[in-house]
Design a protein around this ligand. Structure first.
Ligand SMILES: Nc1ncnc2c1ncn2[C@@H]1O[C@H](COP(=O)(O)OP(=O)(O)OP(=O)(O)O)[C@@H](O)[C@H]1O
Ligand SMILES: [Mg+2]
Length: 209
């Protein structure tokens, strides 16, 4: 099981002494716009070097970023997936299982934001990483597709770390939620434990919750 150990990490004035251990399950980083969620994920993925502090991370990490088109390098969706899962057959099976075989031949760069998001999430999980990092995985997705992403992620045994504005999704999918504000962790716990912290920051859970 992939383990992240983030110790007293500082990045400019964006992250100010963040300490966090994640091993197993689904952890969401919640917080207002500009609170440092993406920067924290980039530090955890090894894409940003902290000015101060240390990070230990698993070797094999799958990731999907706020701009999902960053995940793509190949002329077709099928080629993207074939490389990741190690063969066209497996790639086609995976697309079929998600009802996405109709976009197999398309250039990933011509996909809608929602489709691109889905493919980037599938690419992140498909190569059997020890941990998965997902930045805003529900942006641009319909309710139906959010539910399917929920199923896909919950069926995985790896460590999953998500940054999300989508409070409803974060509450529904997470074992643990870390609340970030102005680069500092201000709350942490199970979904029900952090509802008050989220409300204090103006991040309301939906009425139906
Ligand atoms: N490379 C950088 N250099 C300087 N400032 C940056 C850099 N990257 C991000 N920032 C700033 O740091 C702050 C935190 O950004 P970050 O993208 O981590 O927040 P976020 O919580 O993911 O925001 P959002 O909810 O909009 O996705 C923002 O004010 C942003 O403008
Ligand atoms: Mg962000």
């Amino acid at each position: 099981m992939g383990e992240f150990t983030v110790e007293n990490v500082w990045v400019k004035n964006i992250l100010r002494g963040v300490t966090l251990n994640v091993e197993g399950g689904v952890t969401s980083i919640a917080g207002p716009n500009g609170s440092g969620k993406t920067t924290l994920l980039r530090v955890m993925a090894g894409l940003v070097k902290p000015d101060k502090g240390s990070v230990k991370r698993p070797r094999k990490i799958g990731s999907s970023w706020q701009n999902p088109y960053f995940s793509f390098t190949k002329p077709t969706v099928l080629e993207e997936l074939s490389e990741t899962v190690g063969g066209e057959r497996g790639a086609l099976e995976m697309l079929r299982s998600m009802d996405l075989e109709n976009i197999a031949g398309k250039s990933p760069f011509t996909l809608s934001m929602g489709q691109a998001r889905l493919i980037s999430i599938i690419l992140a999980v498909a190569w059997k990483p020890e941990a998965v990092i997902l930045d805003e995985p529900t942006n641009g997705l319909s309710c139906e597709w959010k539910a399917r992403v929920w199923e896909l992620l919950r069926s995985m045994k790896t460590t999953i770390v998500i940054a999300s504005h989508d409070v409803e999704f974060a509450l529904a999918i997470s074992d643990r939620i870390v609340v970030l504000n102005e680069g500092t962790i201000v709350g942490e716990g199970g979904p029900k434990d952090v509802i008050k912290d989220l409300r204090t920051l103006g991040l309301q859970e939906p009425e139906a919750w």
